[in-house]
Each structure stands twice: as structure tokens, then as C-alpha cells.
Write a protein that binds this ligand. Structure first.
Ligand SMILES: [Zn+2]
Length: 76
């Protein structure tokens, strides 16, 4: 997948959900096999604690990316 537009659509679609990436691709008619995970990761990735897709993950004390909700809970 090369289109920035597709990554944008994926990002909006996944945001604050726990959808599987391949499901989201199916539903958006995006070819899952052509999604470059490293490109997508620059825009959105999943919280290692709750599995929610977030655009603003921050590292916890073990440097795992976590969402802001989780960060507040553990006092970061
Ligand atoms: Zn989280």
C-alpha cells in the first residue's frame, strides 16, 4: 500500500478501537498484505496494556508504548 490516503483512512478507522488490522483493511477495502506496519506505526499503534489503537502513545517505565488513559492510571 503506497497511498497516504489509505493510511489516513486506516488511522481514523482504528482510532480508539481494538479492531484487528486485517479486519479494518477488509472493511475499508484496503489490501492488508500491502500495509507497511512501520509506516502505519508512525501514525497509530496499539497500547501494550489495553490494546487500544492510539495516535499518542507514550513509553511507560519499561519503555512499552501505552495510551494516555493508562498513563494516568499508573501515574506517569
Ligand atoms: Zn491503554
Amino acid at each position: 500500500m503506497n497511498s497516504n490516503e489509505d493510511y489516513k483512512r486506516l488511522t481514523n478507522y482504528l482510532y480508539k478501537t481494538r479492531k484487528y488490522l486485517h479486519e479494518a483493511c477488509n472493511e475499508l477495502n484496503i489490501d492488508f498484505s500491502r500495509v507497511d506496519p512501520t509506516v502505519l506505526e508512525n501514525q497509530i499503534s496499539t497500547c501494550t496494556h489495553c490494546g487500544i489503537w492510539s495516535t499518542k502513545l507514550i513509553p511507560d517505565l519499561d519503555l512499552n508504548p501505552i495510551c494516555s488513559t493508562r498513563a494516568k492510571l499508573i501515574g506517569l
